[in-house]
Design a protein around this ligand. Structure first.
Ligand code: NAD
Ligand code: NA
Length: 395
């Protein structure tokens, strides 16, 4: 079929298998030139199909020849209806990995559930024996608690008072004011239940109890901080409470891993266009100004550049360069003083009329379409494609 983008607000309902494949190949090629010395060998990635998790899987596999198991929650294709992009990404990754003689298998299901955890542990026991790295890169708006069956919904709201600021509709380029009413205590609890550290801890506990963690095992989860501009809706909002919880969980996990000399870290990553971040108000406008500034300074990175730097310059390097709160910082270039000062200056002058000049709305839009395999260089979108693509290592 011919597949075209069908957008509804900040989501796209279709995805292009060839575009997704090209994105994956570009990431593989980037990593092939940047091997990771003393990198991981047997890796489990939770949230492995898109964004930072996919980049982590590719970096482990092509940076240090790691066997990878990916867990994710993606929609398979049906006749005439394309799959979700993470499905096509995983299909492309595993097909190429198998060609290159790399072990790569995956589990598609709810990683919050006990069932997916048990299935993953069985697969590790059967095929790998143990893992030496767990990357936790799950981003979800909902979680069903595995023990109680309770369903939690996360929200993106400020805490305490209404937040009013500029945002952009990146399809039209219209800059307008939005006000977001504060979340309730229940909203905070729900958001922490979904995006906090409880599930990460459960994964590590169950993997450890099953005896499938190697000596010197490492685990890393991803967080975000960002500037004061977005603080009210992000770091000091409901999602920020979840990130506080995730970051605190790293220390609990590290304690639980002492007997196997294990380590647990949170890496604070840069703001990037992903399915998760395009849903957050204010962030798209911030990102389009940030991209402009970072590209001009020659320090712009996407997911693969970020994760390559995480592995090569932090996780598997001599010095993790932890901050005062014990976190890895690969948002260091985003947070640079000169970068933030320039973004703030642009922010104060941005309107619908000035945005095309001041910001990188084009870059934002292209990245958004690229997430779904559209507007990717080198792909012929007029050509018929088979939407019924299989993931070769799917269990
Ligand atoms: P993403 O939306 O690209 O990826 C989310 C992944 O989680 C996908 O693989 C998806 O299939 C998987 N997933 C969702 N629900 C699932 C479930 N129930 N079971 C199994 N898998 C499930 O998101 P991302 O932006 O790469 O985010 C990953 C992490 O990085 C998040 O913790 C996010 O907060 C963090 N982070 C993101 C940014 C950013 O700007 N995008 C910046 C810093 C940190
Ligand atoms: Na290294």
């Amino acid at each position: 079929m011919i597949i075209e983008p069908k957008t509804r607000g900040f989501i796209c309902l279709t995805a292009h298998p060839k575009g997704c494949e090209q994105n994956v190949m570009n990431q593989i090629n980037y990593i092939k030139e940047r091997p990771v010395a003393n990198g991981p060998k047997k890796v489990l990635v939770i949230g492995a199909s898109t964004g930072f998790g996919l980049a982590s899987r590719i970096t482990a596999a092509y940076g240090s020849n790691a066997a990878t198991i990916g867990a994710f929650f993606e929609k398979p294709p049906t006749e005439g209806r394309p799959a979700s992009p993470g499905w096509y990404n995983s299909a492309a990754f595993e097909a190429q990995a198998h060609k290159d003689g790399l072990y790569a298998k995956s589990i598609n299901g709810d990683a919050f559930s006990n069932q997916v955890k048990a299935q993953t542990i069985d697969l590790i026991k059967a095929d790998l024996g143990e893992i030496d790295l767990l990357v936790y890169s799950l981003a979800s708006p909902v979680r069903t608690h595995p023990d109680t069956g309770q369903r939690f919904k996360s929200v993106l709201k400020p805490i305490g008072s209404t937040f009013t600021n500029n945002t952009v509709d990146f399809h039209t380029g219209e800059v307008k004011n939005i006000s977001i009413a504060p979340g309730s205590d229940q909203d905070i609890k729900n958001t922490v239940a979904v995006m906090g550290g409880e599930d990460w801890q459960m994964w590590v506990n169950q993997l450890k109890a099953a005896g499938v963690l190697s000596n010197d095992f490492k685990t890393v989860a991803y967080s975000y901080i960002g500037p004061s501009l977005t603080e009210a809706v992000y770091r000091k909002g409901t999602i920020g409470r979840a990130k506080d919880h995730l970051e605190a969980t790293a220390f609990n996990i590290a304690d639980a891993l002492k007997d196997i000399n294990g380590q647990a870290y949170v890496s604070v990553n840069k703001a990037l266009v992903t399915q998760a971040s395009s849903a957050i108000p204010v962030i798209p406008l911030y990102i389009s100004l940030l991209y402009k500034v970072m590209k001009e300074k020659g320090i712009h990175e996407g997911c693969i550049e970020q994760i390559e730097r995480l592995f090569n310059a932090r996780l598997y390097a001599e010095n993790l360069e932890l901050d005062e709160a014990g976190r890895i910082r690969i948002d260091d270039w985003e947070m640079r003083h000169d970068v933030q000062a320039k973004v703030l200056e642009l922010w104060n002058n941005v309107t619908t009329d000035t945005l095309p000049k001041l910001g990188d709305l084009k870059g934002y839009e292209t990245d958004f379409y690229n997430l779904f395999g559209f507007k990717v260089d080198g792909v012929d979108y007029k050509k018929d494609v088979n939407e019924m693509v299989e993931i070769p290592g799917l269990q």
